[in-house]
Design a protein around this ligand. Structure first.
Ligand SMILES: CC(C)(COP(=O)(O)OP(=O)(O)OC[C@H]1O[C@@H](n2cnc3c(N)ncnc32)[C@H](O)[C@@H]1OP(=O)(O)O)[C@@H](O)C(=O)NCCC(=O)NCCS
Length: 187
């Protein structure tokens, strides 16, 4: 499904554009998800099922005022999707739950790093202090990405998933010194 023409995207080397998703992207996002391999779907959604639950797809389309959705495009095609769902945690601390996925044929080409960086910059600008990411324990690439970017990340190992939490710089200065508890160092 094509991305609507005329939607402004900031382009990076390689001809990949990055922009906020629009409501009109929903069909293209569904097609993007349907085109993912079972392995990639498993790593992103914790299930290889296709399509994912309709509630998940609605959230990926940006339903809900507290969700920021970015897409990466190449020509008319969506090649990556990243989202941050904001909530207010203990102590009034703003927390963003992050999820991202890159099309199989675009993985390992820098798109994931770029879209994640942009998503996090937007979250920080909104006043988000904690990033939360649930990752499958076998997802070594994503876990390595987190630990290299944020050496101060804290991890909780649950049944079948690893929950990573990152405190963004500025949390203490913003009066959120207790954000995330003492286990978290500012990234
Ligand atoms: C994980 C994912 C988002 C990374 O995006 P990507 O575009 O493939 O990765 P990039 O090319 O930006 O590289 C990201 C990092 O992984 C490293 N990397 C790239 N390809 C790799 C590979 N095949 N094996 C191990 N590491 C690799 C890069 O060196 C880079 O390291 P850095 O963090 O030190 O810069 C993407 O592979 C993906 O969608 N995977 C399936 C879904 C998923 O796991 N989502 C995350 C769960 S929320």
């Amino acid at each position: 499904m094509a991305v609507p023409e005329g939607t402004a995207a900031a382009h990076s080397p390689g001809g990949v554009g990055y922009r906020a998703a629009a409501v009109t992207d929903c069909e293209a996002i569904s097609a993007f998800v349907a085109g993912l391999s079972p392995r990639t779907r498993l790593l992103r959604f914790f299930t290889p099922a296709s399509p994912p639950a309709s509630a998940v797809l609605r959230a990926m389309c940006g339903a809900g005022s507290a969700t920021d959705v970015l897409v990466a495009t190449h020509g008319t095609r969506i090649v990556a999707h990243a989202m941050a769902a904001d909530s207010v945690g203990p102590g009034g601390c703003r927390v963003a739950d992050i999820g991202l996925v890159v099309a199989d044929d675009w993985q390992s080409r820098g798109v994931g790093s770029e879209i994640l960086g942009r998503l996090v910059a937007r979250a920080a600008a909104r006043g988000v202090r904690i990033l939360a990411m649930d990752v499958l324990p076998e997802n070594a690439r994503m876990l390595a990405m987190i630990s290299r970017r944020w050496p101060g990340a804290a991890y909780e190992f649950g049944w079948g998933s690893v929950s990573a939490r990152v405190r963004l710089p500025g949390a203490a200065a913003a009066g959120n010194g207790e954000c995330g508890g003492t286990a978290l160092r500012a990234a």
